[in-house]
Write a protein that binds this ligand. Structure first.
Ligand SMILES: *Cc1c(COP(=O)(O)O)cnc(C)c1O
Length: 360
């Protein structure tokens, strides 16, 4: 077996321990003679898998009792529509545009009501987080929406915006479980799991109970109404069973690692190795304002598109894969999620140093 260092932005690297455990249980899950993929989602065995996953997530994130945890499908992109469908009582909401994912959510919301751009960092290719201390939030807005970690551009909200008392909705797809958060500061925290938690096909949404009601926009499909999912403990229909099972294994791995405080520390140390090198390198440069840098996604460039391409190609040959930047930014991007070992980043930096010497 030969594993590469996978810097993909998503679907992304998973802990080897988790993959191995899933492989061991593939043919026969704990003596039931079948794979988790083959069992009824209404079975006792599966009920324990999904209940335990929820309990472990609640434990990891310290989720208060007045928040529901939903395991959903449709990706984060479908949730862009679910937010206005379930929350736009006044048909008006504020969006902070910090990149493509925030913009897509904003455009989706416009289908359902008045989505107002409260702030944007589009003027500098989303390379920073705008000042959100005094936004033009009006009383009639149903919520304020952010994308907390911007996967493509490599920025992260280090402090949450001042929502002036309005409900905060946050897409945490690419920073989910990378550090502790205070769930009580949000109305809704959600994300697709394929960045930092598990296989594509699962969205986890943590929603304050009072926001889950029958009062949704007319025409909201049954499946997209949070109340349907909450009343049925995410088992209204067949959930993405296998994906949830893998997420559950990752939650157990995170607990074993010491929880989110420990992950935060590890992620900070790991990111520092790369950022410190980018700050001293004469060839490579980070593209993000230092104070807004993400711990998870690190975009960088040489300033020369041909050299960038050469780097990506040689890196791949050396076992460092998926380093090509998003097509809208160019250059490179190293995604260094929870499951990327520090050693992977150290070896990448050693490779970058060598490339810099060879191409000086
Ligand atoms: C990847 C990503 C999305 C889109 O996720 P899908 O599951 O593909 O719909 C949305 N938001 C953020 C922050 C992402 O990183």
């Amino acid at each position: 077996m030969s594993r590469v260092y996978n810097f993909s932005a998503g679907p992304a690297v998973l802990p080897e321990e988790v993959l191995q455990a899933a492989a061991d249980e593939m043919m026969d899950y704990q003596g039931c003679g079948m794979s988790v993929m083959e069992m009824s989602h209404r079975s006792k065995v599966y009920d324990q898998i999904i209940k335990e996953a929820e309990a472990d997530l609640r434990d990891l994130m310290n989720i208060p009792d007045n928040y529901k945890v939903l395991f959903l499908q449709g990706g984060a992109s479908q949730f862009f529509a679910e937010v206005p469908m379930n929350m736009m009582k006044n048909k008006k909401a504020g969006y902070i545009i910090t990149g493509q994912w925030a913009k897509k959510a904003y455009q989706e919301a416009k289908i359902y009501g008045e989505a107002v751009e409260l702030a944007s960092s589009a003027d500098e290719t989303f390379s920073y987080i705008p000042d959100c201390s005094d936004l033009p939030i009006t009383d009639d807005m149903d919520y304020v929406y952010i994308c907390e970690n911007n996967t493509i551009y490599g920025t992260k909200f280090k402090t949450l915006p001042n929502t002036k008392g309005k409900i905060l909705v946050s897409d945490v797809s690419s920073c989910f479980l990378s550090e502790p958060i205070d769930v009580t500061k949000y109305g809704v925290v959600y994300g697709g799991v394929q960045k930092n938690i598990g296989p594509a096909g699962v969205v986890i949404a943590i929603i304050r109970e009072d926001l889950i009601t029958d009062d949704v926009l007319p025409g909201t499909p049954t499946m997209l109404k949070w109340k349907t999912q909450a009343d049925n403990d995410s088992l209204y229909n067949t959930p993405p069973c296998y994906g949830i099972y893998i997420c559950g294994k990752v939650f157990k791995w995170l607990k074993k690692m010491g929880g989110l405080e420990v992950m935060k520390q590890r992620n900070e140390e790991k990111a520092k190795v790369l950022y410190d090198f980018l700050d001293e390198s004469k060839l490579f440069k980070g593209t993000v304002r230092p104070e807004d840098r993400s711990l998870m996604n690190v975009p960088f460039v040489t300033g020369d598109a041909d050299l960038d391409a050469k780097f990506v190609k040689e890196a791949e040959a050396a076992g460092f894969v998926n380093l090509k930047g998003h097509r809208s930014v160019g250059g490179m991007r190293a995604s260094i999620y929870n499951a990327m070992p520090k050693e992977g980043v150290e070896k990448l930096v050693a490779f970058m140093k060598k490339f810099e010497e060879e191409n000086a």
